[in-house]
Design a protein around this ligand. Sequence first.
Ligand code: NAD
Length: 485
Amino acid sequence: MNLTIPYHLENYIGGELIAPINNQYLDSINPATGEIFTQVPDSQEADVDAAVLAAQQAFPSWSVMPVEERFKILNRIAELIDENLEVLALAETNDNGKPLWLSKRMDIPRASSNFRFFATGIMHFATESHSMEDKAINYTLRQPIGIVGCISPWNLPLYLFTWKIAPAIAAGNCVVAKPSEVTPVTSYLLSKICLEAGLPNGVLNIVHGNGPNCGEAIVKHRSIKAISFTGSTRAGERIASIAAPLFKKLSLELGGKNPAIIFADCDHEKMMRETIRSSFTNQGQICLCTSRLLIEENIYEKFKAAFVEQVKALSIGDPLNDSSRQGAIVSKVHFDKVMACIETAKQEGGTILCGGHAVKLDGRCADGYFIQPTVIEGLGPSSTTNMEEIFGPVVTLQSFKTEEEALALANATNYGLAATIWTQDISKANRTAAKVQTGIVWINCWLLRDLRTPFGGVKNSGVGREGGWEALKFFTEVKNVCVEF
Ligand code: NAD
């Protein structure tokens, strides 16, 4: 299969790879080098209209195709992703700036797992019946919705794009999908994989472009009946304001400001290792990364010394080198945003314990966007730094005396995606897990994912859940049928 990347990426509409109607493109930049890597279609409403038309034509046959046939195609897509792991991982790294070893170990394997998981899942998806003694029976149909829209962000490009597309098409829908314009390349390669796997034309349509034009055209389109969105709380709010009056089904996976609650009685070695990972993996650009470390007072100084020492040792370098623990920040815009947040932290009176500045590398990466992993202390829970999402390699430290105080600090933001709890006391762990205001809790671990579990946040971190049956339920419409005997 030819997975070369052309200078001009193309939309994937009705089984064809085509240029945007207006022939306009946006630059896609390799953040490790600052060079234009490729150009991505700047699609508009007319391209979305064409994608919807293609999806409408595909829907009648795809929606009634036996699940075993759908399984075979989705499973073939998973196999082709695995077979092309090296090419896809390199494309992801050049597009996003993350270390190549991370793309190989996490992003691309997870993309194939998403397809494999929902390929098999749909064959086991069952509906309910409610029997009324000797009088009647109700049975529930779960039918595909029709045309659905999937919009994803830049931080885990293929991983999150496929996390939406796979359940949507497994459930019998046809999809109009938009990856982030910042990291479009692996979704372009996915279109080629779908062609090779024999996915019928129009079942998946990938339209590239920015949020306000292409994204909003998807959200507004009256023939698109459901929107699954992952991205910032700001864009989620805008999307909800458009989709709600049109009565669309809506799933929103938004920002986070995740606490790690570290009690003195934890397994220190494991906690330290995992807290470094949970704070700085992917340069802190994972919605699940811990950004507020809450530490029990009597181990605060010991924690601080050991943590800062290990953060300083994280090597920042060319994402193509196996030894680089930290790669580039995804774009100049985001680099500037993270640097501005560090400036705000200083102005608010925060003390920078390590990092706090940009890093200038030599050679090929001289113009890349690199930031030293940064640890800040001395800011209270209501500071901007502790309230607002930064989404970069920046964490704060705060101390607490009691379990109640830990919870008050953890719950002090408007976000509620994930929390991590470190303690060997099983009762305290479960008590804290029950009271922390998040959709996901990890006790003595981080990012241990089972694709069957419900995934999503509360408060400003989102509405609805993805994963397992939740995703298949979201992408189907329920109908109750009552039959009197
Ligand atoms: P973003 O909101 O800027 O963009 C996300 C996607 O939405 C992109 O494809 C973008 O083009 C599109 N978009 C933007 N505005 C739009 C609009 N008005 N209408 C339709 N589409 C629009 O987010 P980002 O900067 O790409 O990603 C980072 C954010 O994503 C962070 O806030 C992070 O926490 C969040 N995130 C959340 C999860 C989760 O599961 N909760 C996972 C990953 C990332």
